[in-house]
Design a binder for this molecule. Structure first.
Ligand code: NAI
Length: 718
């Protein structure tokens, strides 16, 4: 009996195997656990006396999280041949499981992902717990891979071609109810009934002999004709190409594996899968996506402070001042996570609007099946509204999200100080005002911190946790823990103008305006940016953020870094002409019909032309350089100044905060791909543009030493 897999025998000759990786919070399938599993399976294969086998996890609420992370990382640096060898070992074990001389049923409670799902697919049936934490899926394409232990072959044979394509190319897991509807699991039952239902299922599989028929069925190809194949794959390919813009190869390679294998007998299909994996391993995109996976993992474990003795305080209830766009979103995020939340604004109408926004968030989730009416009731029960800040009296933490005005915020802090618990933490969602300066108007600057959410709060995962000069470690650790509790990804940032994300974004937005003045069209600027992989170009982003906010934030950040900012007369004149708010002038008019391109706004074009000087045609690579090199230089300054602790913080901040293309791994990882010396050479071409394009000391040093921002991956795959 192995340590990782416990084997017990239940009454009626039923084996119960419990997967419980020693000293780990979650079960993963690494080389050693696979070896142990192989040993156990070999023994079980001799047990013709057993009537069946149940397989469960010993981790409460956690089934199998997938492959071991270190094995995953290796895939970025090994050769296709090495990868095929490594995968063949997994295939062999899973094939042995699918050939055991008795029916096998997996009992799934919690996350069952990647290699875990492929493991249960090799069994005869599956029963899931109906708990909300149960999620079954194959997320490999999200990290640049494809399911390589049989997932691309067994899933279509089990649930049908189209649902399998959907699950594999999107990487989205199914909850227990959906899994049951798809036929991925036999049933969804309460967790404490899993073993009992599993036994019942084994009995029925035995009685009817169904398990043998199922095995035979799953070993065959799908038997689709030419037309069915053509149609299914043409539609799927079109959809995937549109979604990935050709920048993410994994979903297409997964489709290829399914297409080439689904009509063949299973063992040949599995070979098609192994071959397809070889197309991805060792590629830079896979390396970048896996690196992001690791960076994200590090952030979920990062307590936010380096002193391990610091413990976060428990936060049971919070207050939110200001229930506008951001405040309502922040309150909703907390209330949805079961934290009592009091929202305060200046009058009842605004509170009503705030509450409406909160229910809109949950309503939109109900519409797409991601929440239930009970979730809405639970969220609303956690929300309390008032025009009187005295409702903050028992809050452990208060987030201020009122209008961006330093005096108004300072005045609000003075008022809150009179009603809040003396030991409560005060946080501000300001996007531009110095946290150190704001702290001066609070009674306990050590318990004051920036908690900068992104818009829209329900969809943006990033929270910048900004340390003022006097913010204590305990305050930082508490806010980091709280952000994780409401399912956000916090990044700790030292106070500076623009903090991390807006500071690094600013030079890019600034350069877009300079390019407009040089005669480059708004479409050409946006196109260069989206072709680089950004979700939208800087001019479209300006329209989205709003004219007044862009001008205001630009002024604040520009004033802090005057040597590398250029004021935009275009933005100023647009603002003067139209004013801010709803009437604000936009660069593009809304598209005339759904799906058509937005047209440039003639009024904006007129203003642009007025301020144009020059007009040399510029090719796309040059526009791309002009936009992204200043962004990169700012990112290196943020690191030089210790605003964040490591390159991964910059890259994850930009990926989560502004949608910097994940396939590039972040701006610093992109810089590593280009190479420091190449970047310095590129920059010399733009030296006439001044400080904005002057290599920073850290970049020069990397170029001199042949270094990189990240350690280079080891090529050794042994
Ligand atoms: P908003 O204008 O939508 O909401 C502000 C709310 O604060 C309004 O409901 C207003 O009535 C209320 N308010 C003003 N003074 C108050 C007071 N003394 N007491 C109680 N309530 C008061 O503004 P928004 O966009 O939600 O911004 C709020 C804060 O979040 C600002 O500091 C802004 O810089 C920051 N922020 C905004 C982002 C955005 O995209 N809009 C993104 C990240 C941060």
């Amino acid at each position: 009996m192995s340590e990782t897999f416990r084997l017990e025998e239940l009454d009626g000759k039923i084996a119960l195997v419990t997967f419980d990786l020693p000293d780990k919070k979650v079960n993963t399938l690494g080389q050693s656990s696979l070896r142990e599993l192989a040993g156990l399976v070999a023994k079980l294969a001799q047990r013709t006396d057993l009537r069946g086998l149940l397989f469960q996890s010993g981790k409460p609420g956690q089934f199998v999280a997938g492959a071991d992370l270190n094995d995953l990382a290796m895939l970025a640096v090994i050769t296709p041949e090495q990868a095929t060898g490594a995968l063949a070992a997994g295939h062999q074990i899973y094939n042995q499981i699918s050939n055991l001389p008795f029916p096998t049923v997996a009992l799934i409670d919690g996350n069952c992902l990647g290699g875990g799902t492929e493991l249960v697919l090799s069994m005869d049936d599956r029963i899931a717990s109906d708990a909300s934490h149960t999620a079954i899926g194959l997320p490999e394409t999200k990290v640049g891979l494809i399911p390589g232990w049989g997932g691309t072959q067994r899933l279509p044979r089990l649930i049908g071609l189209n649902p399998a394509i959907e699950m594999i190319t999107s990487g989205e897991p199914a909850n227990a109810q959906k899994a049951a509807a798809l036929g991925l699991v036999f049933d969804a039952v309460p967790a404490d009934r899993l073993v009992e239902e599993g036994r019942r299922r084994i009995e029925s599989l035995q009685k009817t002999g169904e398990w043998k028929d199922r095995r035979e069925q799953l070993r065959k190809g799908l038997g689709l004709d030419q037309d069915q194949m053509m149609f299914a794959f043409a539609v799927a390919e079109g959809f995937v190409k549109q979604k990935t813009k050709g920048q993410y190869p994994a979903p297409l390679v997964a489709l290829k594996a399914i297409r080439e294998g689904c009509n063949l007998p299973l063992d040949e299909g599995l070979k098609a899968e192994q071959k397809a994996v070889g197309e991805l391993v060792g590629s830079p995109i896979l390396g970048n996506l896996i690196a992001i996976f690791f960076m994200k993992n590090r952030l979920t474990r990062d307590p936010g402070v380096s002193d391990p003795s610091i413990q976060p305080r428990q936060i049971h209830s919070i207050g939110v001042l200001g229930t506008g766009l951001m405040g309502a979103g922040i309150a909703t995020a907390h209330a949805r996570s079961g934290i009592r939340t009091a929202m305060v604004d200046i009058d009842d109408d605004r509170l009503k609007d705030g509450l409406q926004r909160a229910s809109d968030v949950v309503m939109s989730r109900i519409r797409i099946g991601r929440a239930t009416p009970e979730d809405m009731a639970k969220m609303l029960a956690m929300l309390n509204t008032s025009t009187n800040p005295s409702v903050f009296a028992d809050a452990d933490l208060i987030v201020e999200a009122i209008t961006e005005n330093e005096d108004a915020k300072k005045e609000a802090f003075r008022k809150i100080a009179q009603v809040m618990k003396p030991e409560a933490i005060l946080a501000s969602n300001t996007s531009t005002i110095s946290i150190t300066r704001l702290a001066e108007s609070t009674p306990h600057p050590d318990r004051f911190v920036g908690m900068h959410f992104f818009n829209p709060v329900d969809r943006m995962e990033l929270v910048e946790v900004i340390r003022g000069e006097k913010t204590s470690d305990e305050t930082v650790a508490t806010v980091v823990a709280l952000a994780k509790k409401i399912r956000k990804t916090p990044i700790v940032v030292r106070d500076c103008a623009g903090f991390l994300v807006n500071r690094v974004l600013f030079p890019y937005m600034n350069e877009a305006q300079v390019l407009l003045r040089e005669g480059v069209s708004m479409e050409a600027i946006d196109r260069a940016s989206t072709r680089f992989g950004m979700p939208m170009g800087p001019i479209t982003l300006t329209d989205l953020v709003g004219l007044a906010t862009t001008v205001y934030a630009g002024k604040v950040v520009g004033a802090a870094y005057p040597d590398r900012s250029v004021e935009s007369p275009i933005l100023l004149e647009m603002l003067q002409t139209s004013g801010g708010g709803k009437s604000a002038m936009r660069f593009y008019n809304a598209p005339k019909a759904k799906g058509s391109r937005p047209e440039p706004n003639p009024a904006a074009l007129e203003i642009i032309q007025k301020h144009q000087a020059g007009g040399q045609p510029m090719d796309e690579p040059e526009i791309t350089d002009r936009l992204f090199l200043p962004m990169l230089l700012e990112a290196t300054r943020v690191l030089e100044e210790g605003i964040v602790r490591e390159p991964g913080d910059v890259d994850m901040g930009l990926i989560l905060g502004i949608g910097f293309p994940p396939f590039r791994g972040g701006i610093l990882r992109w810089a590593d791909t280009v190479g420091a010396q190449n970047l310095v050479d590129k920059l010399s071409k733009y030296a006439h543009l001044g400080k904005r394009f002057e290599p920073t000391e850290s970049l020069r040093k990397l170029a001199r030493d042949g270094g990189s921002f990240y350690p280079r991956p080891k090529q050794d795959a042994s």
